[in-house]
Each structure stands twice: as C-alpha cells, then as structure tokens.
Design a protein around this ligand. Structure first.
Ligand SMILES: [Zn+2]
Length: 99
C-alpha cells in the first residue's frame, strides 16, 4: 500500500524544518502527520487507490492512481456516491485488547 504525502517547508527562526502533511484532494483540508487522527489515541486512515501492472523477475511496471480524502469527505461524499451506483458498502468493527 502506498500513501502520498505532501511536504511543506516551515521556516522556524533560521532553521528550516520539514514536516509531513496530508491534504484532502477534495476539500483541501490539511493535517500534520501520517493519518487523519486527532490525537495519539485516535486513528483515522482513508485509502482510495488502485495499483495495476506487470510483475516480472527482471523488473516491475505498475501504475498507481490514488486520491487522498479526509474522513468527512470519505463519509459524506465518497460513500454516498458508491452506494448510489450500487456498491455494497460494508462497515466492520474491530476491538483489540490493550495492556
Ligand atoms: Zn476533505
């Protein structure tokens, strides 16, 4: 699975710092970090992607098409659209015991 991140250069005093941001390709919302979660205990990851191609011992050629969507756009725009064209949208709940 691949993920596309945008990098922004932020100048802090005279030191240049590079942070990772996710940007929603639909509404433009940005989030610093590697997922859309609001804090370290909240995970919110969205994936809309296809990777298609040929894999040979001497080399691979694949093409990836992907869109980054924030959770609100995923839920309020993509899911209703997929349902409207007849997709069976499933919801799965997971619980994992901690320490
Ligand atoms: Zn969005």
């Amino acid at each position: 699975m691949s993920r596309r991140y945008e990098k922004k250069m932020i100048k802090v005093d005279k030191v240049i710092k590079c942070d990772e941001f996710i940007k929603c390709d639909c509404c433009g919302r940005e989030k610093k970090g590697s997922d859309w979660g609001d804090n370290c205990f909240h995970e919110a990851e969205t994936v809309v992607m296809i990777r298609d191609g040929d894999i040979y011992p001497e080399g691979d050629y694949t093409k990836t098409v992907e869109v980054d969507l924030c959770p609100p756009c995923f839920k309020s725009k993509l899911i209703p659209f997929l349902s409207s064209i007849g997709c069976d949208v499933r919801t799965n709940f997971e619980k994992e015991e901690g320490l």
